[in-house]
Design a protein. Structure first.
Lengths: 376, 217
């Protein structure tokens, strides 16, 4: 399964602040994607940086993406919509220079529309216009010579237009709305912001089955296998995202997502962008959990294969062998427990204390929550 | 209930001419345990690599940071960014004080840096003149600015203080508070009280309201 992971922006730990320096750092960390934030303004002096980043991504396997204006009013009145579209136009141009695979856009408040078909149709109309514009901007034959230094413009597919789910009830962008529009507009891709989906669904993403349900819904409605996701911890209330947090401090955990991806994600081509306050730290955290989930899966597969072979050699059913192994393991465990109870108690080893020593009273806890003390 | 001492650290301009430094000085006057990351005397020796961030930020309630630091050279800009990340890691909440830089034409640069780090900010204070300037940059009406920034950036608390009329406005995840004090209350003093009050009152609706009114009480 192609999985790409990276931060939303130049890594926090990057000494330089240019995109290319950020890309270098991301690669060193073992990550392979980045989402450039053009959330506010794009200035002409950034274009040189963008081109360098585009070249680097074209020559390597590094996936560049771009996030459009952080607030949009596509369902607003004509003036509001045009203001948003002009900001988006700048992102489209920058996306071409940087060789962005995905351009992520928000839709914004419902405005005068009620949630439903009319609003979705309006978003679909605007989005199809944006897709058309992206295609115009990319690969105009007459401009081929002008873009000799930008080979991807003619040799690569244009950026996919990502439509992001929203985290608040008053904003357009439930999973259903996003999938419906993406299903109707070719060239768009759903941007599943897990923090937003979790918040808007009153904490709906808790187990790997919840993720399975979400992606099954996506598979049935949208039909594609390309996904672009954002992941960060989130604090939420009454179906609204309140603010972003690091993953460890949120009730939205990455482990179930990693488990789902490792077990059932073979059909997907997925990019996950960390937009947590701890950008690359949390991207690494996600990578580690994904690797762990895959490792666990491989171990289970290897064990099942070994069991099948042994069962065949012994001429018994693998299930029967499994039962016997479990019985033997239980017996071993009870024997060990008995021995421990009988064994004389040895003084506990002196463990390293965290921070100020001496206050723990000899009890050492490695509970993760110890790191998460909130002084409030 | 006994008031616990609020602990805060400040990363402001080295000459302490910025609003964040004044607020922390104000907090000291009302009994906070406040310290500055850089001594004034070390102006020429500043090396951000030597700062023990974990040691400084451990068990602090607030890191108070000035937006103007981003224009004070590479080392300071780097320290500014690091402070936000380490505060997040250490569970110390960040209060970002946005004021107009010495060179007002660089306000867009300053605001761009703040926006880049918006997710690491817990409390964003926008000074009165900075508010006008940002409203213009963002194309948002000044009266709607703090609410819009809060909902766009998902910052838990965005606030401002109108010094002329003595009115504090606080927009937070659960609503909005406007507290009128009248003339005579200074911006720095109000924010110092607010920062010292929040850890005591909590960050629920009534907690934020009480902390915002502390000065009037």
């Amino acid at each position: 399964m192609p999985l790409k992971l990276g931060p939303a922006g130049v890594p926090l730990s990057c000494k330089g602040r240019t995109i290319v320096e950020g890309m270098d750092d991301i690669t060193v960390l073992g990550l392979d994607a980045m989402e450039v934030q053009t959330v506010r303004t794009i200035q002409p002096q950034h274009f040189d940086q963008y081109w360098q980043a585009g070249i680097l991504s074209w020559k390597s396997d590094f996936e560049m993406n771009m996030h459009g204006p952080y607030y949009a009013e596509l369902l607003g009145n004509k003036r509001e919509r045009n203001r948003t579209l002009s900001k988006m136009e700048t992102s489209l141009q920058a996306g071409k220079i940087i060789n962005a695979r995905h351009l992520t856009f928000h839709v914004g408040p419902y405005g005068e529309y009620e949630p439903g078909t009319d609003a979705n149709e309006q978003v679909a109309n605007v989005m199809s216009g944006i897709v058309e514009r992206v295609r115009e901007v990319w690969g105009v034959e007459e401009e081929e010579e002008d873009y000799a230094a930008f080979p991807w413009v003619h040799e690569s597919e244009p950026s996919l237009v990502g439509i992001e789910t929203s985290g608040r009830q008053e904003l357009w962008g439930t999973v259903e709305e996003v999938l419906e529009v993406c299903n109707h507009v070719e060239g768009t891709v759903p941007v599943l912001n897990m923090g937003h989906i979790h918040a808007r669904g009153h904490g709906r993403l808790r187990t790997s089955e919840d993720y399975a349900e979400l992606f099954d819904q996506a598979r049935e409605t949208y039909g594609g296998s390309t996904f672009y996701c954002h992941f960060a911890g989130v604090e939420h209330r009454m179906g609204n995202a309140l603010h972003y947090t690091q993953i460890k401090k949120s009730d939205l955990k990455f482990e179930p997502f990693a488990e789902y991806l490792a077990e059932e994600g073979d059909w997907m081509d997925i990019t996950i962008i960390s937009d947590s306050p701890l950008l690359e730290h949390d991207a690494m955290y996600m990578l580690q959990h994904y690797d762990k989930a895959r490792q666990r899966l491989l171990e289970i597969k290897a064990r099942d294969e070994r069991r099948a072979k042994l069962a065949a050699q012994q001429g018994i059913d693998p299930e029967e062998l499994k039962k016997r192994e479990e019985e033997a393991a239980a017996a071993r465990k009870s024997q060990l427990t008995g021995e421990t109870e009988e064994a004389p108690k040895t003084p506990p080893k002196k463990a390293a204390t965290k921070g100020k020593g001496g206050k723990s009273g000899g009890m050492i806890s490695f509970d993760e929550s110890a790191d998460e003390d909130d002084v409030f | 209930m006994a008031r616990t001492t609020v602990r805060m650290v400040c990363l402001g301009r080295q000459d302490r001419s910025d609003c964040a430094s004044s607020i922390v000085e104000g907090s000291l006057e009302i009994g906070a345990d406040a310290q500055f990351i850089m001594d004034r005397s070390k102006t020429h020796e500043f090396d951000q690599g030597l700062i023990d961030w974990r040691g400084i930020l451990e068990s602090k309630h607030w890191l108070v940071v000035s937006s103007s630091c981003t224009l004070d050279g590479e080392a300071m800009k780097w320290a500014w960014g690091s402070s936000l990340t380490f505060a997040e890691l250490e569970g110390c909440k960040t209060a970002m004080v946005v004021d107009i830089p010495e060179d007002p034409s660089r306000m867009e640069e300053v605001w761009g840096s703040v926006i880049e780090r918006i997710r690491q900010i817990h409390l964003l204070f926008i000074g009165p003149s900075a508010k006008r300037s940002i409203a213009k940059l963002e194309g948002i009406e000044e009266d709607l600015l703090i609410g819009e920034i809060r909902s766009r950036g998902l910052v838990p608390i965005v606030c401002s203080f109108d010094s002329d009329n003595g009115v504090a406005s606080v927009s937070h995840s659960l609503g909005q508070e406007v507290v009128e004090f009248g003339e005579g209350v200074k911006l720095e003093r109000w924010l110092a009280e607010f920062l010292c009050g929040l850890p005591q009152t909590g960050s629920g609706v009534s907690g934020i309201a009480s902390a915002a009114r502390l000065q009037s009480g």
